[in-house]
Design a protein around this ligand. Structure first.
Ligand SMILES: CC(C)CCC[C@@H](C)[C@H]1CC[C@H]2[C@@H]3CC=C4C[C@@H](O[C@@H]5O[C@H](CO)[C@@H](O)[C@H](O)[C@H]5O)CC[C@]4(C)[C@H]3CC[C@]12C
Length: 858
């Protein structure tokens, strides 16, 4: 490939030597040559890179944490919700996950491997299963001329197969929820493009829940003669875990015909004691396309029979009947093969699918059995493999039409930079691959079951949860807590813009926990004090650990007692109004209103000097949970004023004049106090303590304004922060935290000293938080600093996706050098707030507000 062409193709394509561009590959997205290797390999924070100063700073926590970790992992034999001692090592291999929302995910790597598994909800297993491959066989004039596993690996098992495809002749391109792998078969004049499609479709609450992925193989024959092309899809029964060898697993061939469409394949029944499931590999039969199979083969042996079977005639043997169940220690696999004749200089398509059916799930505690969302459409008997496969293979074209209708207006906007288009769609992977679960509430469930002992009394809780189910996603694959609320605040833009009913459902779940309590005492690791798990009338930190029993037991987080956190309650109020503003769902607003009042009452006690502004408590009492704040602060004070403003607005909408007046009075006092205590003429100080670092420039100091602007509450009578101050603060952040950090190439550091040195007073102040950077960029765009906003966000995208090899695992944080923290994290979904800001600037009514106001739930 010529040097200029390689440069145009992107920085990860330098090694590409092919000429093929593939068929129907998107122009924008994340593209990488299969021969690429990343130069820099970072370490997880806490794996030996923690400076002594930070260890000493947190010595009490470190000791308490170690004692807790020892008991949890070595005595109780359970895994820790955050494992600081065994962080997941960075593997620079991941690509788009397969599957819709909440049915489990199987992630493929960018070299085509099947390497990250989340079938047990919220629990990850990182293992490349070597038997899971696509193999191509080419035949001309009745002779096999080429047979190759489409993998660059050279594994120790299946040595009878032809491995080691030359990565220089292939590239991967991701634009979630689709991805392409383009292979130029060396010396064959045949180009293969595999398009991978998952049903992730905004505003769709049916197909988006399906646990399926489709592989559409476009075959281009550039030869002067016809060629018979076969694609074999082989799959191990299991996920590469030790249970694969626990015995009792078995496979069986199937066909499924409906509406004149027929699919054929193999079911791989995986039968552990907990959460059994069936994998289904299949292909669509159509005129000119034959589908054959191998029911069972040994993936740990040489694999010669399967290889020779395909080599003989480009077809598999297709025995009838089921395989015998595996013995203990034995592993089994199956394969399906689709074949067709491609005319000289012609093109043909082969369609294959992978489905997985784990309808009923237990979380770690095994207390309750839950049904996944898709069971309402495909049943919960565990026999949906064939119908799911058929549905996927006959509906993927419709999914793609809908995906294109959603993505194209953004992709075709020439004013938007290409990296942004990639970032916006690819960061969305976390919607499915965030340990996500989407469950049904049982049909016999009544409002009382859902509302907890306090009997929350929400009039529309039951209809919402019955119709749209229950949704949860992890704070991060390594931070195993569902719906961590201080972080969801940032990520929630993706939900409210794309699946608003899931955001509404999540909010109902939070509202229920607000009015309930858990009086169980426990010790908190940061301070060592003991307090109850959950207090009434405060927003919880999270909805629970999937390794335990989420919803049943909330607040898995035990670093701090978050009843005293300053941001959680405010973030609830801000989201309620933002959701109402974008959906006009007045029933939701009515139900949430008493909860907003209750949490604001709890919050008012943090205004200890009655000046209309809350004070922080002298510990890390907010989302920056290792960065101490004393007194009034830009972050929590700003969120507080924004929430007070939204209380006024909601009271106005609901005609509650008394409450409106109450919060108007607080707002006018609080605004004055905020400016007096924190404004320093250029930006808002970190806090009002007057300590050595209280004048630090915090990148997130305008978080309140971010939400106000997103809801159109940032001007005229609603101007909470003077426009000139916001502009000056954003300019200061841009000059210092962005341009003054790592040459302006890595986003914004959380805290910068006014003299241009990152604030090292805490372990989080000198980190960059990618999700915060995207929200800062959105705030800049809202305020007219569009170029600065893009420049700020671009640093993070290029660092994560292009330099550090962290595609499809964007972490919470990185430092300028050496370390990162918490891979595959929720917060970066905040990039969707950039899109909201852009749409508002372009004068488009936010997508959802174009819908007629909704006053009723089904
Ligand atoms: C290997 C040794 C044990 C390391 C010794 C030094 C340590 C005592 C500290 C060094 C780094 C600290 C951790 C930094 C981040 C953390 C994350 C936090 O949980 C979530 O974090 C989000 C912020 O990123 C927050 O918004 C969410 O609400 C939280 O759920 C929990 C604390 C900690 C793990 C922190 C603990 C102490 C160190 C390991």
């Amino acid at each position: 490939m010529a040097a200029e062409a390689a440069a145009a193709a992107g920085p990860l394509m330098r090694r590409y030597e092919g000429a093929a561009q593939g068929r129907g590959v998107a122009a924008d997205g994340w593209r990488v040559c299969l021969a690429h290797s990343f130069e820099e390999l970072r370490q997880p924070y806490g794996a030996g890179d923690v400076p002594l100063r930070d260890v000493l700073r947190h010595i009490g926590l470190a000791l308490r944490y170690f004692r807790w970790w020892f008991k949890k992992t070595l005595i109780e034999k359970k895994s820790a919700f955050i494992d600081l001692l065994c962080a997941v090592p960075l593997q620079q291999i991941y690509g788009c996950p397969l599957g819709g929302i909440g049915g489990g995910t199987i992630t493929r790597g960018w070299r085509g491997e099947f390497c990250r598994w989340q079938l047990n909800p919220g629990l990850y297993h990182y293992e490349t299963v070597i038997a899971n491959q696509f193999t191509v066989c080419l035949r001309c004039k009745g002779q096999t001329i080429y047979q190759q596993v489409l993998s660059v690996e050279r594994p120790s098992s299946l040595q009878g197969w032809n491995w080691g495809y030359c990565g220089r002749y292939a590239f991967y391109h991701a634009l979630y929820p689709r991805a392409w792998l383009v292979y130029e078969l060396p010396g064959q004049s045949v180009v293969l493009t595999c398009r991978q499609v998952s049903p992730v479709i905004p505003h769709d609450y049916k197909d988006s829940s399906l646990p399926v992925g489709v592989f559409i193989w476009e075959v281009e024959n550039r030869r002067d003669e016809d060629v018979q092309v076969s694609i074999m899809f082989s799959l191990q029964n299991g996920t590469g875990a030790k249970e694969d060898g626990s015995g009792g697993h078995w496979n069986e061939p199937f066909t499924f015909q409906k509406d004149g469409e027929r699919v054929a394949g193999v079911l791989l029944h995986h039968c552990p004691a907990v959460n059994p499931f069936t994998l289904a590999i299949s292909a669509r039969e159509k005129a000119g396309t034959g589908v054959t199979h191998v029911t069972a083969f040994n993936p740990t042996g040489l694999g010669r029979e399967v290889w020779q079977d395909l080599l003989r005639d480009g077809r598999l043997d297709s025995p009838t009947g089921k395989s015998r169940p595996t013995e203990k220690g034995e592993v089994t696999a199956a394969a399906v093969c689709a074949s067709c004749r491609v005319p000289a200089h012609g093109h043909k398509t082969l369609e294959l699918a992978l489905a997985w059916d784990m309808p009923c799930v237990h979380f770690g505690s095994k207390e309750k059995l839950h049904l996944r969302r898709y069971t309402r459409f495909f049943g919960s008997e565990g026999n949906a493999g064939p119908s799911l496969s058929h549905y996927a293979l006959t509906h993927y074209k419709e999914w793609e039409r809908k995906i294109e209708a959603w993505q194209n207006p953004i992709l075709e906007n020439s004013q938007l930079p290409s990296w942004y288009k990639s970032a916006l769609f690819n960061e969305l992977y976390f919607m499915t691959d965030g340990g996500t679960i989407w469950m049904e509430v049982p049909p016999d469930c009544c409002a009382e079951d859902l509302q907890g002992p306090a009997g929350a009394g929400f009039s529309h809780l039951l209809p919402v949860l019955r119709e749209y189910g229950r949704f949860a996603y992890l704070e991060g694959q390594e931070y195993r807590m569902y719906n961590t609320y201080d972080v969801h605040f940032y990520a929630s833009f993706a939900l409210i813009m794309l699946w608003p009913k899931l955001q509404i459902s999540l909010q109902y779940d939070i509202a229920v926990t607000v009015v309930n309590e858990d009086v169980q005492p426990r010790q908190y690791l940061m301070c060592g004090q003991t307090a109850q798990v959950k207090m009434k009338n405060v927003v919880p930190h999270d909805i629970g650990d999937p390794g335990d029993e989420p919803w049943q037991r909330v607040n898995a987080y035990l670093m701090h007692d978050t009843a005293d956190w300053k941001d959680l309650n405010l973030k609830f109020v801000l989201q309620v109004y933002r959701d109402y503003y974008l959906t006009r769902d007045s029933l939701y607003l009515q139900d949430m209103w008493p909860v907003c009042q209750a949490v604001m009452e709890s919050e008012l006690k943090f205004d200890t000097d009655n000046d209309g502004l809350i004070e922080n408590g002298g510990f890390a009492d907010q989302t920056y949970d290792a960065w101490v704040v004393h007194g009034a602060s830009a972050y929590c004070g700003g969120l507080w004023l924004a929430a007070v403003c939204m209380m006024c607005k909601m009271a106005e909408v609901l005609g509650d004049t008394e409450i409106r007046q109450k919060y108007l009075d607080i707002l006018s006092k609080g605004k004055e106090a905020f400016e007096r205590m924190l404004w320093n003429g250029k930006y808002y100080n970190y806090d009002s303590s007057g300590s050595g670092t209280s004048s630090s420039i915090m990148s997130d100091q305008c978080a309140g304004q971010w939400f106000l602007g997103a809801c159109g509450l940032d001007q005229g009578e609603f101007e909470v922060f003077p426009k000139s101050h916001i502009l000056s603060a954003l300019k200061t952040i841009f000059e210092n935290n962005v341009l003054g950090f790592a040459g302006g190439t890595m986003g914004a550091v959380n805290g910068m000293r006014p003299d241009g040195v990152p604030d090292t007073s805490s372990v989080q102040s000198n980190e960059v938080w990618i999700g915060v950077v995207y929200s800062l960029a959105a705030t800049m765009i809202q305020e007219g600093m569009v170029e600065e906003g893009f420049r700020t966000a671009e640093g993070c995208y290029r660092t994560v996706w292009e330099r550090l090899g962290m595609a499809f695992q964007t972490p919470e944080a990185y430092r300028e050098k050496k370390v990162y923290r918490s891979l595959a994290y929720m917060r970066p979904l905040s990039i969707w707030s950039m899109q909201l800001a852009l749409e508002r600037r372009a004068g488009q009514a936010p997508a959802l507000a174009q819908l007629p106001p909704r006053h009723t739930h089904p």
